[in-house]
Design a protein around this ligand. Structure first.
Ligand SMILES: NC(=O)c1ccc[n+]([C@@H]2O[C@H](COP(=O)([O-])OP(=O)(O)OC[C@H]3O[C@@H](n4cnc5c(N)ncnc54)[C@H](O)[C@@H]3O)[C@@H](O)[C@H]2O)c1
Length: 438
């Protein structure tokens, strides 16, 4: 591991099943599908398909011929150790918000209703400039961005005290904010804090939550394409305060398939003239992405993957003139059940053209929830192991991975290998030699 041990290492050594608070900012479709799903799994009425931490079997460190569950290999503890909470700008309990999201069928939802009703999201930080298609109806009454962020810090402290958790992972699952690139106010911690006090328009609500989380020494995950914690100032704060951070934008449906298919096409040295991707979806995410400014944020995140995988500068003859387009259309009847179509124009032997058509009938939040679960557990484990700052090894989970420097890796199998290598290191630190971290 590259980082030295930090303050929270005692945790790993002292407790087999750490109590981890998971604070979700934006309790819409993906967040409530995570919470409802974990509760259903805890009750033994559903299975955690799609989650590596829950289902992957890895060779035992003691005997490579034996397989052990990943959660055991990494000492992640059971799901009973997770305590959920969060914020939302819309009213209702966790149950109301899950029902409104319309992802889960009534029988499952009613079975976990008692737990979801105990979750009363805290008032959110709302700025209509960043979210133009949704109105905030449960918002913090603070007068400056700095005060709003301080109020979020108070929320985190109160949650920690009430639920007696050992550590907290904060996850940004809110609606996509309008497109933004880092500016002067995002470069250093003093500039950022002065900007909050001066109500600088370039500081988005998600950045305020991120600052609050890092001040409270929480891990932070950005599940969305918004800039959020991908700022030099907040990366520095994460390093200083010993917080693992990761993002951006969960790699769920179409982009997941793209990063599986494209490496194979390239390995066969087949050419590619174009890749046209389109989607229809009718959930809250789709409604927000109907705003061109929010869609631009998503588009940037979705477009970045192909050029890194195909390396057109190395293979100009094969990929130098690639046309890559992504469209998302809001189409209410589909709700969370997104449908995507991909058309890939390939070039084979002697330049003969071919086409591949992919039609994925997926469920957005059903794909996203297991990724959130893994990211919560792995971020908490990373912090116990003393890792801090940007966690490049979590790129496997993201469309547009945040990295320390250079270009991110997008090829899913390479990302998977990096992840597995880190699992072995985490095992060494957290499980094999826990005394060393005392
Ligand atoms: N569904 C997927 O597969 C998927 C995949 C990758 C990324 N994402 C991203 O995850 C995010 C959430 O997606 P969703 O489908 O759950 O959307 P959603 O509309 O169902 O939920 C978003 C929630 O965030 C709340 N919110 C918005 N701004 C907030 C703020 N400032 N503070 C607190 N709460 C706020 C909204 O009230 C809403 O309840 C989006 O940015 C989306 O792009 C989703």
């Amino acid at each position: 591991m590259t980082d030295s041990p930090v303050q929270s290492r005692e945790l790993a050594a002292s407790s087999e099943s750490p109590r981890v608070g998971v604070l979700l900012i934006g309790m819409g479709a993906i967040a409530t599908t995570l919470v409802a799903g974990v509760e259903a799994i805890r009750r033994g009425i559903a299975r955690p398909f799609g989650s590596l931490t829950q289902l992957e079997m890895v060779p035992s460190a003691e005997d490579p011929n034996q397989q052990v569950p990943l959660a055991e290999f990494l000492g992640l503890g059971s799901l009973d150790g997770l305590v959920f909470g969060g914020w939302d700008i819309n009213p209702g309990t966790g149950y109301d918000l899950a029902k409104h999201s319309g992802v889960l069928e009534p029988t499952l939802l009613e079975a976990v209703r008692p737990y979801l009703e105990t979750i009363e999201p805290m008032p959110g930080i709302y700025d209509p400039q960043y979210l133009r298609r949704t109105e905030g109806r449960r918002v913090k009454p603070a007068s400056s961005k700095y005060e709003q962020a301080q109020a979020a810090r108070e929320d985190i402290r109160a949650f920690k005290a009430k639920h007696k958790v050992d550590q907290i992972v904060v996850m940004w699952c809110g609606s996509t904010e309008i497109f933004l690139t880092p500016g002067p106010v995002h470069q250093t911690i003093p500039a950022f804090e002065a900007g909050m006090k001066a109500n600088d328009a370039a500081i988005a609500p998600s950045m305020l939550y991120a600052w609050a989380a890092l001040q409270e020494k929480c891990s932070f995950v950005n599940a969305t394409p918004s800039l959020t914690v991908d700022l030099p100032a907040l990366v520095q704060l994460a390093e200083t305060n010993g917080c693992p951070i990761s993002g951006k934008d969960l790699k769920t449906g179409q982009t997941l398939l793209k990063t599986i298919l494209a490496p194979g096409i390239k390995q066969r040295m087949l050419g590619m003239e174009g890749w046209f991707s389109m989607n229809i979806l009718g959930n809250g995410d789709g409604a927000v992405l109907d705003d061109p400014a929010a869609f631009k944020t998503k588009e940037e995140s979705k477009l970045s993957v192909l050029s890194q995988i195909l390396e057109p500068e190395r293979y100009p003859e094969l990929y130098g003139d690639l046309s890559h387009q992504v469209k998302i259309n809001y189409y209410k009847p589909r709700g969370d059940n997104k449908e995507s179509w991909d058309n890939i124009d390939l070039t084979g032997w002697l330049g003969y053209p071919m086409q591949i058509k992919v039609n994925f009938l997926c469920r957005d939040s059903i794909l996203a929830a297991p990724l959130l679960l893994d990211l919560a557990l792995l971020s908490a484990a990373a912090q116990r192991a003393g890792l801090k700052g940007v966690q490049d090894w979590l790129a496997f989970y993201f469309k547009s991975p945040q990295v320390r420097q250079g270009q991110p890796e997008h090829d899913l199998s390479r990302q998977y290998n990096t992840l597995q290598a880190m699992f072995r290191e985490l095992h060494e630190t957290l499980v094999a030699q826990p005394a060393a971290v005392r």
